[in-house]
Write a protein that binds this ligand. Structure first.
Ligand SMILES: [Mg+2]
Ligand SMILES: [Zn+2]
Length: 228
């Protein structure tokens, strides 16, 4: 199945979600379950009901985490695992001149500690954790001043803006994701690999995507599609 439009296969850019996509389990959820001082899921429900923007919801839940930076790094070291073939996929992208960037509504310290654990170097666009002892503040350095979504949503890190900016520059964008915040960018991207909530929604809305279990499958499929 070819990608949506006739896009050039010599200018391919891969964007990937982090939690539950690159990692086996959602690392941000695991951290919240371990260190959040309140029922954090109530903020997810407020967001799902459109009573709170994604940005407000993330800020509320992440700022109720009581933890120091070394504790987060230690937690990642002990608990976070990446999907099979992820480091090799990054190598393959590098050798084939395919830029790869993580776009995540998770947390920079968690992502950086995971990449260090697996000795992977790549671009990351995500939300920033600032520590004052065991108090956490969240900043959103990656989003333009405001998102421009029809439903007035305001993201933490605007994944779909990254898709759009790259497409405007002439890139064929591959998007890999698993969650609700991947639906908007997934519907815009040219080639999509999806699982879980992203796969369910794209199926319901008749958007074409490739299911995936790990990065071995993604590398094989993508290699075939783009001829590398
Ligand atoms: Mg995810
Ligand atoms: Zn946005």
């Amino acid at each position: 199945m070819p990608p949506k439009k006739c896009k050039p296969m010599d200018k391919v850019y891969v964007l990937s979600d982090f939690d539950g996509t690159i990692t086996v389990e959602d690392a941000a959820v695991a951290l919240l379950n371990e260190y959040c001082s309140v029922d954090w899921y109530k903020y997810v429900r407020l967001w799902e009901r459109h009573d709170m923007s994604l940005r407000q919801s993330l800020k509320q839940m992440y700022e109720h985490i009581v933890v120091t930076k070394p504790q987060v790094e230690d937690f990642v070291q002990k608990n976070v695992r990446v999907r099979k073939g992820f480091p090799e996929f990054i190598d393959w992208c590098g050798k084939n001149h395919i830029p790869f960037t993580i776009v995540s509504e998770g947390l920079d310290v968690v992502i950086k500690a995971t990449l260090a654990k697996y000795q992977v170097k790549t671009e990351v666009r995500t939300n920033r954790m600032l520590f004052n002892g065991n108090k956490v503040t969240i900043e959103f350095p990656e989003t333009p001043p405001l998102c421009h979504h029809d439903d007035n949503e305001i993201c933490g890190t605007c994944k779909s803006s990254h898709v759009k900016n790259l497409q405007d520059e002439g890139w064929t964008v591959v998007y890999i994701g698993d969650g609700k915040t991947d639906v908007r960018p997934g519907k815009m991207a040219d080639i999509v690999f999806g699982r879980r909530a992203l796969a369910r929604t794209l199926t319901e809305q008749c958007h074409y995507f490739f299911p995936f279990e790990n990065f071995v499958t993604i590398k094989e499929r993508l290699g075939t599609i783009i001829g590398r």
